[in-house]
Design a protein around this ligand. Sequence first.
Ligand code: KIV
Length: 272
Amino acid sequence: MPAGKKIIKKITTHVLQEMKQKGEKISMLTAYDYSMAHIIDNAGIDVILVGDSASNVMAGNETTLPITLDQMIYHATSVVRAVDRALIVVDLPFGSYQGNSKEALQSAIRIMKESGAHAVKLEGGQEVKESIERILSAGIPVMGHLGLTPQSIYKFGTYTVRAKEQMEATKLMEDAKILEQTGCFAVVLEKIPAKLAENVASEITIPVIGIGAGGGVDGQVLVLHDMLGINKEFSPRFLRRYADLYGSMTTAVKNYIKDVKTMDFPNKNEQY
Ligand code: KIV
């Protein structure tokens, strides 16, 4: 090892399993580009999700449906270049795995081979079991995603809390157990009642990461641009904003414009 190089304990799927066993909470955030991934990895985040929320946050689409496999690979590749420690999970985009399990495997292989990421995530339970099995058979770790699954937004019709009714709650619990038995290393639960999420986390042995699913789970995930206050239009109850980057960036840009217009920038020390 070159002198002066830091030894970093990388986060693996096994480390996440140990964290659940020890009761240590798992932190997860999204990232879609090199610069942001570099900051959050250095800050010590455990898991980075290259989410298909890139479709909303980076491309300005209303839903996650339009983003393509090639675009996900582009985002993932940029994130992988920046990260030393975190586990990097990449969303399989809409249309890249639901059709048949062979296509699912091909999509997962492309993500792993072309980006260098560590795992993939996909939405659904029983209905995507065969795809999960096939992806796992190639040695690719899979994270599940249940509850509000944004790729099915046109089936749900709204982004409101899922599984409030008993039938849907029962199906969600069954699906979580299917994901565990099939071999997923973790599952995301999005926007469901806190009590149900807590029950799932205690009934299954794999880590449960919540978003809008209360504090009784094994870890939390948020969309980076939402928690940094870059994106102001999205304000669900579960979102805690840790910064107002929209505000600070607007002030910075306004100051820059003013300095350019008044010829305050560049000054003598800022030129050659
Ligand atoms: O794409 C995404 O950002 C996600 C999180 C909301 C979990 O799937």
